[in-house]
Design a protein around this ligand. Structure first.
Ligand code: DLL
Length: 429
């Protein structure tokens, strides 16, 4: 059903785009105001979207909690929220139809990576306001898979259930995946031998190719990247296929544009920028030209898997996670990439930005690997220097590397909190 040709995708997109613009204008006071200076009948194709102003996180915040609503309150049957930690949460509402569509998207994603009704799917994303748990839950049930709704936490019990119930698919954040693998080893369980994990569906936070390698070497046979956001329904907006070369966006449900975050200019496929998404099917709360703040590249050529749905490349980071260090832009994912390819280090790290006088400094705190055993201080210093040099090569700036013993860095059960910007805390930014 979702295997559409490019021509079919564009026809569906154009038809649904016209309908959603008209729908949003007629049903949401927020969009009626936003579109007040636009001839909405002139919005007929993706290219016409340029005429419409962006919708931003600030719009959502200023209209808290439900100012973007486009249905009568009586039609809402569920609320969720995005996982931001400060200020008002971004609350999102769903109609029955919205939940059906979301379920369809999550089921498609799981099917694309090979999940079938024979699979035992353990969902270790948080259940609750966060969209991860329930999103995957309904998607996996739609396929007819056997669902274990563990939610996050209780890590040892997660491992026990994996073993006892024969879990074949694990869904969780990549940082929790690494933690699960580490805990399994502590319990004398070798996931690659003693568990049956065929597939890992990892998302909700940026991760790197080297983390995939770590997860595939130590935990699951195949690790796939999945993208989503509460405002866009939740998980299920885009996922990798077996070729692991970018995440297919379900283009019959979403239109993706990539823009220059500074100028708002729309960029060409292949160019890196901020992803802007228009939801084509959301009923309770449509998001038109929504600035996600996520940085990626759109590729529109056909994938080797035969799907014509365009792909976004691995999310590099969020515009608001980007650190400016002495004028240079640094994304945490660039640092992760370097740490994970350096022998002797674990995948657990923190990035601390600070300022002394007028000088920014960047501290990268990393745990050494469990198997890095030495009595010689020179070995530690050499490892530290090596990482400092590799980071300089990759980022173009000097960093201070602090190596710490295994297990010193807090583990995360949901999205990892890896960045500490002391400049912000001190009111210097
Ligand atoms: O994180 C939904 C989700 C749940 C996606 C489970 C995948 C799996 P929010 O809490 O609204 O929703 O956070 C959305 O998380 O703007 C990105 O910055 C980040 N994010 C989500 N998926 C990825 C990914 C869920 N695969 C925000 N890679 C987004 C990198 C991701 N970042």
């Amino acid at each position: 059903m979702y295997k559409l040709s490019k021509k079919e995708i564009i026809e569906i997109q154009n038809k649904r785009l016209r309908a959603i613009i008209k729908y949003a204008y007629e049903n949401s006071p927020f969009y009626r105001r936003k579109f007040s200076k636009i001839d909405i009948d002139s919005i007929r194709t993706k290219e016409d979207l340029k005429k419409i102003p962006f919708t931003t996180k600030d719009d959502v915040r200023e209209n808290y909690p439900l100012g973007l609503l486009a249905v009568d309150f009586s039609k809402i049957i569920r609320f969720h929220a995005s996982s931001g930690t400060t200020g008002n949460p971004t609350v999102v509402a769903y109609t029955k139809k919205d939940l059906e569509n979301w379920t369809e998207l999550c089921a498609r994603c799981l099917e694309l990576v090979g999940v079938t009704s024979n699979d035992v799917v353990q969902i270790a994303y948080g259940y609750g306001l966060f969209t991860g748990g329930l999103g995957f839950h309904y998607g996996a049930e739609k396929i007819g898979a056997k669902v274990i709704p563990t939610s996050t936490g209780n890590t040892k019990r997660q491992i026990k259930l994996m073993k006892d119930l024969g879990t074949t698919v694990i869904c969780c954040t990549p940082s929790y995946g690494l933690y699960l693998a580490e805990t399994a080893k502590e319990e004398n369980i070798d996931p690659k031998k003693d568990l049956k994990l065929r597939i890992g569906v990892f998302g909700a936070e940026p991760w790197s190719e080297n983390t995939r390698k770590k997860l595939e070497e130590n935990f699951v046979e195949n690790a796939y990247d999945i993208y989503g956001m509460a405002e866009l329904t939740g998980p299920g907006v885009a996922i990798e296929c077996k070729y692991k070369n970018g995440l297919h966006v379900w283009e019959d449900y979403f239109i993706v544009e990539i823009i220059d975050p500074n100028t708002g200019e729309v960029l060409e496929p292949g160019e890196k920028g901020e992803m802007v998404i228009t939801t084509l099917m959301k009923e309770a709360m449509p998001f038109i030209r929504y600035r996600t703040r996520d940085i990626t590249i759109l590729e529109d050529d056909q994938c080797d898997c035969g799907l014509d749905h365009a792909r976004i490349m691995r999310i590099l980071g969020r515009t608001d996670d980007m650190l400016k260090i002495r004028g240079i832009c640094v994304f945490p994912s660039q640092i992760e990439e370097v740490i994970l390819k350096t022998n002797g280090l674990s995948p657990h790290y923190q990035i601390i930005a600070d300022r002394e006088g007028v000088m920014d400094k960047l501290i990268v705190r990393v745990e050494v690997a469990e198997n890095f055993k030495t009595d010689k201080l020179t070995d530690v210093v050499m490892l530290q220097r090596k990482l400092e040099e590799e980071l300089k090569d990759s980022l173009g700036i000097d960093t201070i590397v602090e190596l710490v013993e295994p297990k010193k860095i807090p583990r995360s059960e949901g999205k990892a909190q890896r960045i500490i910007d002391l400049r912000k805390m001190k009111g210097l930014l």
